[in-house]
Design a protein around this ligand. Structure first.
Ligand code: HEM
Length: 243
C-alpha cells in the first residue's frame, strides 16, 4: 500500500474519519429525502391533477430500468454504510471511555449520541416497514395491486388507501416526528462532525439544519394527515384492483 493510501485508510478508520464519513453519508440520505418529498408532494396537487402526476412520475422512475436499480443499490449501500459507521463510532467511543461518566446526564455528547441511536433505530424499523408497505406491497397487497385506467401502477390510490387505515396514518405521523428528531440532531451537528470550528458558521448551520429537519418531517407528515382529514380523496380513475 502506498503511504498516501495508507494515511487515507488510517484517517477513515479513526474516530474523526468515521464522523466525517457519517456526516457525508447522512447528507447524501438527506438529499434523497428532499427528492423523495418533492415527488410525494405531487399527492397534494390541486385541480384533480394529483393522480395523473403521481402515477406518471412513478412510471417514469420505473422506466429508468437499470439506472433505477443502480440508484437503489447506491441508496441502500449509503444507508447500510451510515448504520455500520454509527455502530463503529459507538464502539470507538466506548473503547475510549471504558469507565462511564459519574454524572452522565450532564454530558451533552453522551445524551446526543444516545438519542441518535434510539431515533436511528426507529428510522431503520420505519424504513423496513415502509419498503414492505409501498415498494414490495407485502402489508396490503390489495392496495399494491391497484392499476389506473392506463394500466400503470396506481401509486396515488395505493398511498391514499394505505393512509385511510388510521393505525397506518398515525404510525407514519409518529415515525415522521422521530425522523425529524434524528435529522435535526444529525444536521445540527454536521458542521462539527466535518471539523469546522467557526462558532458563527456552526450556529448558522445548526439553525439551518433544524429548519430543514422540521420542513422535511412536516412535509412528509402532511400526506397521511391530508388523507385522514379528507383533503386527499381516492381518485375514481381506478380500473380495478387486480390487473
Ligand atoms: C408520508 C410520507 C411518505 C410517503 C407517502 C412515501 C411514499 C413512497 C412510495 C409510494 C414509495 C414506492 C415508490 C414506487 O415503488 O413506485 C416509496 C419508496 C421509498 N421510500 Fe417513501 N414515502 C414517505 C416517506 C419516506 C421516508 C420518511 C423515508 C425515509 C426515511 C422514505 C424512504 C423510502 C425508500 C428508501 C423507498 C424505496 C425507494 C425505491 O425503491 O426506489 N419514505 N415511498
Amino acid at each position: 500500500m502506498s503511504p498516501l493510501v495508507e494515511s487515507v485508510v488510517r484517517f477513515l478508520r479513526s474516530t474523526v474519519g468515521t464522523k466525517v464519513l457519517m456526516a457525508l453519508t447522512g447528507l447524501a440520505l438527506v438529499g434523497f429525502l428532499v427528492a423523495h418529498l418533492a415527488g410525494n408532494l405531487q399527492m397534494l396537487a390541486p385541480g384533480g391533477k394529483a393522480p395523473e402526476l403521481m402515477n406518471a412520475y412513478a412510471a417514469q422512475l420505473k422506466g429508468l430500468g437499470p439506472l433505477l436499480w443502480i440508484a437503489r443499490i447506491g441508496l441502500l449501500g449509503t444507508f447500510a454504510l451510515h448504520v455500520a459507521l454509527a455502530i463503529r463510532l459507538t464502539a470507538l467511543n466506548k473503547a475510549a471511555r471504558p469507565v462511564p461518566y459519574a454524572y452522565e446526564s450532564t454530558v451533552q455528547a453522551s445524551w446526543g449520541s444516545r438519542t441518535m441511536i434510539l431515533t436511528g433505530s426507529v428510522v431503520i424499523l420505519f424504513v423496513l416497514f415502509h419498503l414492505a408497505h409501498f415498494t414490495l406491497g407485502f402489508t396490503h397487497p390489495e392496495h399494491y395491486a391497484l392499476h389506473d385506467a392506463q394500466g400503470r401502477h396506481d401509486v396515488y390510490n395505493m398511498v391514499v388507501a394505505g393512509f385511510q387505515v388510521p393505525a397506518v396514518a398515525v404510525g407514519y405521523g409518529l415515525a415522521m416526528f422521530v425522523v425529524g428528531l434524528h435529522l435535526s440532531h444529525g444536521l445540527g451537528s454536521l458542521v462539527r462532525s466535518l471539523g469546522l470550528s467557526n462558532p458563527r458558521l456552526r450556529l448558522l448551520t445548526q439553525r439551518l439544519g433544524v429548519a430543514v429537519a422540521i420542513l422535511l418531517a412536516v412535509g412528509f407528515a402532511l400526506i397521511p394527515s391530508a388523507v385522514q382529514s379528507g383533503w386527499i380523496q381516492p381518485s375514481t380513475s381506478v380500473e380495478g384492483s387486480n390487473k
